[in-house]
Design a protein around this ligand. Structure first.
Ligand code: CUA
Length: 180
């Protein structure tokens, strides 16, 4: 028989299902249910699965808020490009701007304290990937994503863009310092 000849039995789709196939279908259904249930379970018990609130914004509005924070809580500049390092007060709203191809500004946060971190993009779809702790948020233009962060360990963290955003994507790395 070749694949172009008709099936020997015409109503082949009405044949009883093989036992092995039924077992596999059962496994797939159960596994699918487990994975579906894991989403709410992980949301509640996963320590790094953040709930973000999302609001409409515009690049101009957001830039103004970020600039106000930088002006008020500037501490020094850092790196070849003299990026501002900002140490906002504990519990305050802190802003990071994603744009081709920077994360701006550099934040300096205190260990064990909570902040409301705001993110948006000025242009393209970018990804906020906090390394090495691996927290990931998709950052879209026109939307302000807000979530609470409580850094629990001092050190220097990298913010790596993990959504391909063009020729400078691989250089789009920002920084967050966590200090005592
Ligand atoms: Cu921004 Cu890749």
């Amino acid at each position: 028989m070749t694949c172009i000849s008709p099936p020997a039995q015409k109503n082949w789709w009405k044949e009883p299902i093989e036992r092995v196939e039924l077992i596999w279908i059962g496994i797939v259904v159960v596994w699918g249910l487990i994975l579906t249930l894991m989403m709410p379970v992980w949301h509640v018990y996963g320590e790094q699965n953040l709930s973000t609130e999302t609001y409409r914004t515009t690049p101009a509005d957001y830039q103004a808020k970020a600039q106000a924070m930088v002006d008020e809580h500037f501490v020094r500049t850092e790196g070849d490009r003299q990026f501002p390092v900002v140490a906002p007060p504990v519990g305050s709203d802190v802003y990071m701007v994603a744009r081709l191809w920077d994360w701006w500004p550099i934040l300096e946060l205190k260990e064990g304290q909570s902040y409301r971190l705001h993110l948006t993009s000025m242009d393209w779809n970018h990804g906020f990937s906090l390394q090495p702790v691996n927290i990931n948020i998709q950052v879209l233009p026109g939307y302000e994503h807000v979530f609470t962060v409580t850094p629990n360990k001092t050190g220097e963290y990298s913010v790596v863009c993990n959504e391909f955003c063009g020729i400078g994507h691989h250089n789009m790395v920002g920084k967050i310092h966590v200090v005592k």
